[in-house]
Design a protein around this ligand. Structure first.
Ligand code: FAD
Length: 384
């Protein structure tokens, strides 16, 4: 009998598992895949060079994660070099500020300074704050690049929350082995079983039964730290009505296509990334924040269903000012994220209240916001 089984080895599950292990509990982390990280996926195509296929930036406001860092002085965290995001206009990089209409902003900002985010979506909030022109030309594409999906419906209350910063850690950072390496380090000491896709849950007199292919495990407590659609399937054996509502959380798919190529072949100056705007991609995130003498790498997060693989290669080459023959390494994957709305904020509180008296807890990026810090903070606050 385990004290706690955590289902899902992304940032949400890792945080819970690491804390419970350090508290001396009998813990098991079950991960369907063959690595930890989930949406944090560091691809290493060649010795000495890696590229993030998913989350790429961590901040010193991610307190719940930094609290688990093995080195209290944060010497293992590498500050990101100062590079910026740009739009591409006529083949040249353009600063986002070039798209800001101060006049439009001045017409709106003074009248909306006290505007509360509660209950508003991002489009409504920022249109009122800075005007419709600034929303459509600048903020909608910039926020879509941050969220890797259309940003308008996202809950304003969950974007750019004010959080305390851990001043001893770099403001924005990565790790020698990328963010997946960092999360894997945070999980040191946790008992993990890989390739274990949980199929269902059932109530038991002493807690919960966790069903895997050909095996059932008993535990006092379960944390479901999977995407919401999977969580809904698992919850169906415990609370079918709640599971049915959770299953309606819409999911956004992102077609990620990453390339690594000799630095000398790229015409683009060093950038943190590009904002796709009306183009076929939400963002193209570079590795230039950790420069390498030989290689550069870019993860293009494409809008779903627009381009086939050949089209993505052509687009990437066009943006980088090279030909597809210059690509030394290529990799594709589908990323999935919940498509959240202000209703998600209300539903998250309801989910928490409804499960409070049960041995089941939920953790994930649909309960407090998409960022690593928000997902980890929710898990720390609700799952111990
Ligand atoms: C392209 C992209 C860029 C991003 N950039 C950033 C960024 O720069 N900074 C930032 O803070 N955030 C960023 N995010 C958001 C952030 O990465 C995610 O919201 C966060 O990592 C989600 O973590 P999670 O643990 O809640 O879920 P997930 O990462 O989805 O993890 C869920 C885990 O559950 C496992 N699983 C699923 N089903 C089962 C099952 N039945 N049994 C067992 N295991 C199962 C999965 O394999 C997975 O490992 C980005 C996301 C994407 C996609």
């Amino acid at each position: 009998m385990y004290d706690i089984i955590i289902i899902g080895g992304g940032v949400s599950g890792i945080g819970v598992a690491a804390r419970a292990t350090r508290a001396g509990k009998n813990v098991l982390l079950l991960e369907a895949g063959d690595r930890l990280g989930g949406c944090v996926h560091t691809w290493q195509p060649t010795a000495g060079f890696w590229l993030e296929m998913g989350a790429h930036t961590a901040y010193n406001s991610y307190g719940a994660l930094l609290a688990l860092n093995g080195d209290p002085g944060f010497g293992n965290l590498i500050p990101r070099a100062k590079v910026s995001y740009y739009f591409l206009a006529d083949g040249r990089v353009q600063s986002p500020f070039a798209r800001l209409s101060f006049l439009d902003a001045l017409r709106h900002l003074p009248f909306n300074l006290g505007l509360k985010k509660t209950g508003l979506d991002v489009a409504t909030y920022f249109t009122r704050l800075l005007g419709a022109g600034n929303w459509s030309k600048l903020l909608a594409p910039a926020f879509a690049a941050v969220l890797s999906q259309p940003a308008g419906p996202y809950p304003a209350a969950w974007l750019f929350k004010r959080k305390q910063r851990e001043k001893a850690a770099p403001r924005k950072f990565t790790h020698a082995a990328g963010l997946q390496g960092w999360l894997t380090d945070l999980a040191a000491g946790v008992t993990v079983r890989y390739g274990c896709r949980v199929e269902g849950l059932a109530n038991d007199a002493d807690g919960v039964l966790v069903r895997l292919a050909g095996e059932t495990l008993s535990t006092r407590q379960v944390v479901i730290a999977t995407p919401p659609d999977v969580a809904a399937t698992l919850l169906a054996g415990i609370d079918p009505a709640l599971a049915a509502r959770l299953s309606q959380t819409p999911m956004a798919e992102i077609e990620t296509y990453a390339v690594v190529l000799p630095a000398a072949t790229v015409k683009l100056p060093p950038v943190a990334g590009l904002i796709g705007g009306d183009d076929a991609y939400f963002s193209a995130v570079s590795r230039d924040y950790l420069p390498h003498p030989e290689w550069r790498g870019f993860a293009f997060h494409f809008k779903p269903g627009l381009l086939d693989e050949a089209g993505k290669r052509r687009k990437a080459a066009e943006v980088l000012g090279c030909t597809p023959n210059d690509f030394a390494f290529e990799q594709s994957k589908i990323n999935r994220l919940p498509a959240l709305t202000p209703a998600s904020v209300v539903f998250a509180a309801e989910l928490d209240a409804r499960l409070a008296k049960t041995p089941i807890r939920l953790a994930g990026n649909y309960l407090n916001g998409l960022s690593l810090g928000d997902a980890a903070q929710y898990a720390a606050d609700h799952c111990q």
